[in-house]
Design a binder for this molecule. Structure first.
Ligand SMILES: [Fe+2]
Ligand SMILES: [Fe+2]
Length: 468
């Protein structure tokens, strides 16, 4: 697995890849509109069934990471869902996981979830489009999600034996799944286990053990191989299984599973890879955030270099910049991609994204240094920022640097409600705010770094960009 199988060097922090990825999986739960801990609970469920069917050690290890990372591609179809269904992607995704694919259920879902707040004519047009083109729309959405997820897993250094099960997550035993409609043993056993674990957790979380047991039984022979559902039935009356699943210490339980105890350690390069991979998940959420995290990282590094920070410090700052908007995974695309001004409730939801980001990183010791930046990148020196209204010295230099880079990229990229701004115009606007809101030292460093670039005029405005 390349860089994952790393022996500790002298002085290197012992950081388990399993621990790191299970913490980061909380960001994926947010994007899927799932209760926190969904991926961790799926990991527990899938591993119990996987051990009962006697998978070998290698398969169990691959299953462990497949279960934790199955939703890596989940942000990539959020914008499309909003656009097609005129709906909130987080609610849509949460509720869709309860649909079993039967025509009455699908029709009921489409009629109740399409354009809930849209006008009648607009809603009717959207419903007709979905009913006429539903098959292709669903295939396209799932293909995007599965391919993106598999690609990011590869980027994290996982082999095809993990990437393929992530790609096949939505295939069904009877061939009715998507995107390739493969069936039976053509579907990786790890995908089959991951999908069954997902259904079990969704129904158990919303309605308890009996609902999960009934749902698996009902989908036996269609979504799931009958022998797998029979194995799961062995857990039906096992109180310890359900109690562990509900336990607040479930994270500890999954660290004690055999694959996690094989202790694959993450080194500094791997931490960079994780930050970069999750930046890709963040940027995939909206066409208006495409490339934003990468560009903010570049501008951040230019400022850091100009200010004279050492390489170690700049490395931490680059990770902070890559992950600064991770909390946006918890904000609906209905709001992020809105082309008109936000109402008060929508604006409050946007203002929560630094708080979501802080919460995601709070359990990850290796990223503890990044938390102030993630939490504070919308604060302003004069106290007019959000979410905490920090002022002056309450905002550290690292945060001021990322904030400067973030504002610059937000101005020079398209937003849902206005086109990208020329570099000179953006810098002029930032000049006006230097002092009261933006750190003047950071702005001077950014301008100097842009002047040093070939042509001296800074980058051309990006084709698509963020809302900050
Ligand atoms: Fe932000
Ligand atoms: Fe941003």
């Amino acid at each position: 697995m390349g860089q994952l199988a790393i022996e500790p060097e002298d002085g290197q922090r012992e950081l388990r890849v399993a621990e790191l990825l299970s913490s980061m999986s909380r960001a994926l739960d947010l994007t899927e509109g799932q209760p926190q801990g969904h991926c961790i609970r799926c990991c527990w469920i899938g591993m119990q069934v996987g051990r009962k069917i006697a998978l070998n050690d290698r398969q169990l290890s691959d299953l462990y990471y497949t279960l934790l990372l199955k939703d890596l591609g989940c942000s990539s179809n959020a914008a499309r869902i909003c656009q097609l269904y005129l709906a909130d992607d987080l609610t849509f995704k949460h509720d869709f996981k309860h649909v079993n694919g039967s025509l009455p259920q699908v029709l009921h879902f489409v009629l109740t979830h399409t354009g809930p707040e849209a006008g009648l004519a607009e809603r009717f047009r959207a419903v007709v489009n979905i009913l006429q083109n539903g098959g292709e729309i669903a295939r396209e959405q799932i293909e995007t999600r599965c391919q993106t997820g598999a690609g990011i897993a590869r980027k994290l250094g996982f082999p095809e034996s993990v990437a393929t099960p992530i790609r096949q997550l939505d295939e069904h035993w009877d061939g009715s799944g998507l995107p390739e409609r493969i069936g039976g043993d053509d579907i990786s056993i790890l995908s089959q286990l991951a999908l069954m674990a997902q259904v079990i957790d969704v129904f158990h979380s919303s309605a308890g053990p009996q609902a999960a047991i009934d749902e698996v039984k009902q989908r036996s022979g269609t979504w799931f191989a009958p022998y797998l559902t029979h194995v799961f039935a062995m857990f039906a009356n096992d109180d310890a299984f359900w109690e562990t699943l509900r336990s607040e210490r479930l994270s500890d339980a999954i660290y004690d599973l055999e694959p996690a105890r094989m202790i694959k350690l993450a080194d500094e390069d791997y931490l960079d890879d994780i930050a970069s991979a999750f930046a890709q998940v963040i940027d995939a959420k909206s066409p208006f955030t495409s490339g934003h995290s990468q560009r903010v990282t570049l501008f951040t590094d230019l400022i850091g270099s100009r200010i004279g920070l050492d390489e170690r410090h700049r490395r931490t700052l680059r990770r902070a910049a890559l992950l600064h908007d991770i909390g946006k995974l918890g904000v609906s695309n209905r709001i992020l991609d809105k082309r008109s001004w936000l109402d008060a409730d929508e604006w409050e939801a946007v203002k929560m994204h630094p708080v979501h980001g802080e919460a995601i990183l709070s359990g990850i010791s290796a990223f503890a240094d990044l938390k102030p930046v993630v939490a504070g990148h919308h604060e302003r020196l004069d106290g007019t920022g959000y979410p905490y209204g920090l002022q002056g010295d309450e905002i550290d230099l690292d945060t001021r640097i990322v904030t400067t880079a973030d504002i610059f990229d937000a101005l020079t990229a398209d937003r849902p409600y206005r086109a990208a701004m020329p570099v000179d115009e953006a810098l002029a606007i930032m000049d006006e705010k230097a002092g009261p809101a933006i750190d003047p030292q950071c702005l001077v460093a950014l301008k100097a770094a842009l002047d040093d670039r070939p042509g001296g005029a800074g980058p051309e405005p990006a084709a698509a960009g963020p809302s900050g």
